[in-house]
Write a protein that binds this ligand. Sequence first.
Ligand code: URA
Length: 434
Amino acid sequence: MNCLPQIEAKRDGRALSGEEILNIVCAYTRGEIPDYQMAALLMAIVCRGMDAAETRALTVAMRDSGERLSFPADPRPLVDKHSTGGVGDKVSLPLAPLLACLGFRVPMISGRGLGVTGGTLDKLESIPGFTTALPTKRIIEQVQKIGCAMCGQTDEIAPADKAIYALRDVTGTMPSIPLLTSSILSKKLAERLDCLLLDVKFGAAAFMKIEEQALELAETIVRLGNECGVKTRALLTDMNTPLGRSAGNWLEVREAVECLSGRGPADLEELVIECAAHLLVLSGTAGIENARREALGMLRSGEPLERWDQMLAAQGADLKRYREKLKQDATAGAVALAVADRRGFVNRCDARLIGEVVRELGGGRLQKGSVINPAVGIDGIAKPGDHIEQGMPIGRVHAKDQREADQAAACVRAAFEISDASPKLTPLVRKMIE
Ligand code: URA
């Protein structure tokens, strides 16, 4: 198919019809539109935007490019959470088993790292033996049995998104409200969810740098999700600082397990509880405070940690090797400390710089198809408000060798701003959109 007329229409600011959008999505998924034309159309959409009707048509066409999950009737609501991506964002890992213990079914379809942001699938694949490639039938069976499954997009679910997403990643066409909305919602609508919670990030390491842009994205997704029959809410959360104290695939799995054991960093636990509480409210629990108490009580009960282990076993993890790995302090070749060069308070830790260091160490992709080193990253990351003495560690780099570890430690130091006065801390969750 030749889509030059549609590229020109979009370039000139004219809206595409639903039929044109459907034809393009179907033809691109079948391989009938060359990448160069699709890339040109995507760039025209980035520059010109799409109105509500176009965004809806694109989302529905992408959803219908594959099959939709079909679960047996069950009183447990089907729910999911999706983040627009950040550094140190491992919320999904403790959240899925927590939600399963709270009486939900969670078919969590996640993505890989993009740019400097980490990906849930890359994190999970650092667990020995764990597979994220589950066929549709197995996703359904596992969710019915254990309450949760965490897996990648299959070829059957929203294949149009899979193809377009890969093209966007390498053509600078990620930050666009209609493209982000259609990508996220097409997969989620294919899961036939009852409720969906979006964690829309803004700040240094987010696709949306500015809070107002993130708000517009959140409002667009929430409106369309609800119009399409899924009770949808969004949280607007700060991604100027890495979430938790670890960034890097295996290090984040370890921190997620600490969270499930009640020993996780406060901001990670806060966001996990907040996500669970909003899903409880969306599905009928009266009052957010009640919901927060219920979610925290369940997290502290230890049940979600057992459910996590059951999920790992169901998805092929070698639990013996995984537990041995958890006991090891470091699994990469070398470590180096980044230390504070003065006394004071951490004022700022730039999430983007931290994400870049992790990616350079091999924890993320610089090119499509790059192989990830799951062991590298940074832990012990100091947080805004921490009081530190000169020479105290503010981050510990895990790298493949000592030279890389030492170089990265210097870059980690540069991500911090240390001041005499204690900074005014801003809330992690800035807004809720429903
Ligand atoms: N997550 C998605 O699923 N799609 C995007 O485009 C970005 C983040």
